[in-house]
Design a protein around this ligand. Structure first.
Ligand code: SF4
Ligand code: SF4
Length: 444
């Protein structure tokens, strides 16, 4: 078989459920004990993974088989939430039909079960070293939409040019749509007749997402587009300026350590104690405390769920991570550690989390609309992934066909190729983005 890693590199497949790590670079072929298909989707209100599993189970399972066989993993585990019985039964039935020996892990309804470190521990009982990656314990984890993209790249020879996006939050009836990469959020809302006047847009989930402009485009990692009225607790945290967050950290933290006691990474045994990091904003606690911010997964439990003072250790950690990165300071992965003894009692139930941040009333299914939304213009970013930006290989005025490469990863660098998500004319090119516009006679 042609080298799978090469096909995925050419097709621009990156982690669809996280920061966009290029998938080909994860495919080590030595000592892989377990491959985990992550279909947990623990962020409240998002349905892309669930809808994909319900609508295209065969593609996910065949894609997973390709990956498991390619790396020679001893075990293949499909991780889902036990509460979605319909999905669980469908996936189990499909696996049986194929006769594959994949295991199904039915996880509990806790947040953030989908975090790679948490999932590896919950499903196979191994703690990924602090500051490390699952490969260090012989595990690879891929989101199910990434695996679907693997299937499309290998079997259908289609590069990554579209994305499943849940449009939800304060919108009445949420839906999951398939959109061309580069379609602007305002175009998606307009196509769905959703009025966003007086609302704030979040790309991703309420816990790990970010506030975006209606003018911003969908990327390979956009999982959700959530709308909330200005002032809703889910967005108040995100919009506060960092100077205010730091000032409150210095003056209002009562050192109760709830943030630490409920931090999912601390509970795994990692040396991350956000209450100490908060203290270090006012007092010198030494470099090791500040450096521990690098272990933060930015799950948001501390700010959205734990802190009685409404503080944000997560934002403080993000601030410190940026500073440490500028200084070139990295965290050396620590050898394996054991989870805290009281971990099981301190996990955060998703329902309670949703109550706490006042989003339970928006928790509705977001069924998939199967027909892809049409975009007449797309703004395609050159960096939608971890690594170096792709370099445009098209010029203004060129005509490109859907699926054609418009930007390439420089030889020898980590990154992902970028493809035209619609057929049309190149309107604009820079190092950061390419704009394509459908031509008049092009109805495709
Ligand atoms: S966001 Fe908070 S709770 Fe989550 S890993 Fe970071 S410090 Fe821990
Ligand atoms: S939970 Fe809030 S008040 Fe308590 S230690 Fe953490 S940041 Fe400080």
């Amino acid at each position: 078989m042609e080298d799978l890693a090469l096909i995925l590199k050419e097709a621009g497949v990156v982690g669809a459920g996280g920061a966009g790590f290029p998938t080909y670079a994860k495919l080590k072929r030595d000592g892989i004990k377990v491959y985990i298909a992550n279909g947990v989707e623990c962020e409240p209100l998002l349905w892309t993974n669930k809808e994909l599993l319900l609508n295209a189970p065969h593609m996910v399972i065949e894609g997973f088989k390709l990956l498991v066989d390619f790396v020679g993993a001893e075990r293949g585990i499909i991780a889902l939430k036990g509460k979605y019985k319909e999905i669980l039964d469908l996936i189990a039935k499909t696996v049986r039909e194929y006769g594959y020996n994949f295991e199904i892990f039915a996880g509990s309804d806790h947040y953030p079960l989908g975090d790679e470190h948490v999932l590896v521990y919950e499903s196979v009982g191994r703690v990924v070293p602090a500051g490390g990656i699952p490969l260090m314990v012989g595990a690879i984890v891929n989101n199910v939409e990434t695996i679907y993209n693997v299937y499309r790249a290998v079997v259908e020879r289609k590069p990554v040019i579209e994305k499943l996006v849940t449009v939800g939050g304060d919108v009445g009836d949420p839906v999951t749509v398939i959109v061309p990469i580069g379609m602007k959020f305002k175009e998606i809302l307009s196509a769905l007749n959703i009025d966003y006047e007086g609302k704030v847009l979040i790309e991703g989930g309420v816990m790990t997402g970010k506030i975006v402009s209606p003018e911003d485009p969908v990327t390979k990692t956009t999982g959700g587009l959530l709308l909330f009225k200005e002032g809703h607790p889910a967005i108040a945290r995100m919009s506060a300026p960092i100077s205010y967050i730091l000032k409150r950290a210095r003056t209002c933290c009562i050192q109760c350590r709830y943030c630490t006691d409920q931090c999912p990474r601390y509970l795994l045994g990692h040396d991350l104690e956000p209450h100490k990091i908060m203290m270090s904003m006012a007092f010198d606690m030494g470099m090791s405390v500040r450096k521990s911010a690098l272990l933060c997964s930015e799950c948001g439990v501390c700010e959205a769920y734990s802190c009685p003072q409404g503080l944000s250790p997560k934002r403080v950690n993000q601030y410190l991570k940026a500073k440490l990165s500028q200084e070139g300071i990295k965290y050396t992965p620590q050898p394996n550690v054991a989870p805290r003894i009281d971990r099981d009692y301190r996990k955060v139930p998703t329902q309670r989390l949703m109550d706490r941040i006042d989003i339970k009333r928006f928790d509705k299914k977001a069924p998939l609309i199967k027909e892809k939304l049409r975009a007449d213009e797309v703004t395609i970013l050159m960096k939608q992934h971890i690594g170096v930006p792709a370099v445009p290989v098209v010029s203004v005025g060129d005509h490109v066909e859907e699926g054609e490469v418009i930007a390439k990863v420089p030889e020898g660098s980590l990154g992902a190729n970028v493809h035209a998500s619609i057929s049309g004319k190149v309107e604009f090119v820079s190092n950061a983005l390419v704009v394509l516009r459908r031509e008049r006679n092009n109805h495709g």
